[in-house]
Design a binder for this molecule. Structure first.
Ligand SMILES: [Fe+2]
Ligand SMILES: [Fe+2]
Length: 234
């Protein structure tokens, strides 16, 4: 444990400066095949995007900004806690965040590449701040709470992406190639979110549930759906 704590201290002493480098290293070590999409094809079709797609992509952008910041907020919380002590469960949470953050950064990069910046929500700074705060508070509260929050957020995001995939399948505004590329992007992001949800649920199941968990889930679910809706219109 002494060596583990020392290692965490050494690796995380400058979390912000090394964040990009660590994310790249984790992505390379994850063994997952990098996914590539013809993002320009999707972006160049913007004048023909149906109205629902403009709104949903703005919402996706806001959601992925929030997701990246949830994990960065948790990393900051764990970094602060590491100065005192990191339990085995907290060490496991650190690995969990290290696996998921690169995927969320990929999603954000995909959405940003597939969408003109003019389609962004005006509230992005708010989703940045609220995601960071949620991740930090959940991380400070401990692994169990963080897994419950992550499972709830990802359950919402899975439904959010599936709704768009269904709308896309019924769309006639895009060309078949544009529709196919957008479909692949949304499906890949959704598959990652399902994986995140299942992993969080698996880790959460190692802990004794608490009577207030439904309250946490309800607050996070209402917050996620409100944020997603607001990003479509503001
Ligand atoms: Fe994501
Ligand atoms: Fe995710």
């Amino acid at each position: 444990m002494y060596h583990n704590t020392r290692t965490v201290l050494k690796l995380s002493i400058f979390p912000f400066r090394h964040n990009k480098m660590l994310s790249e290293a984790r992505r390379m070590s994850s063994g997952s095949t990098p996914k590539t999409f013809n993002l320009d094809l999707i972006k160049n079709a913007y004048p023909r995007w149906p109205d629902w797609m403009k709104k949903e992509m703005a919402s996706n952008h806001a959601g992925e900004v929030g997701a990246v910041n949830i994990y960065r907020g948790a990393n900051t919380a764990l970094w602060m806690r590491s100065f005192i002590f990191l339990s085995p469960a907290e060490m496991e949470l650190k690995k969990f965040c290290a696996r998921h953050l690169p995927a969320e950064e990929d999603h954000l990069r995909w959405i940003l590449g597939a969408m003109p910046s003019s389609n962004s929500s005006w509230l992005i700074p708010l989703w940045h701040l609220s995601g960071r705060l949620l991740g930090f508070v959940a991380g400070i509260c401990g692994p169990r709470i963080f897994y419950v929050v992550t499972e709830t957020v990802e359950t919402f995001v899975e439904k959010h992406y599936n709704h768009q995939i269904k709308l896309l399948e019924d769309d006639n505004d895009l060309t078949p190639e544009e529709r196919q590329e957008t479909h692949e992007l949304l499906t890949a992001a959704c598959a990652d979110e399902v994986h995140h949800k299942e992993e969080a649920a698996g880790f959460a199941s190692h802990f004794q549930p608490r009577f207030y968990d439904p309250v946490i889930r309800a607050i996070v679910d209402i917050g996620s759906s409100s944020a997603a809706s607001a990003a479509k219109y503001i």
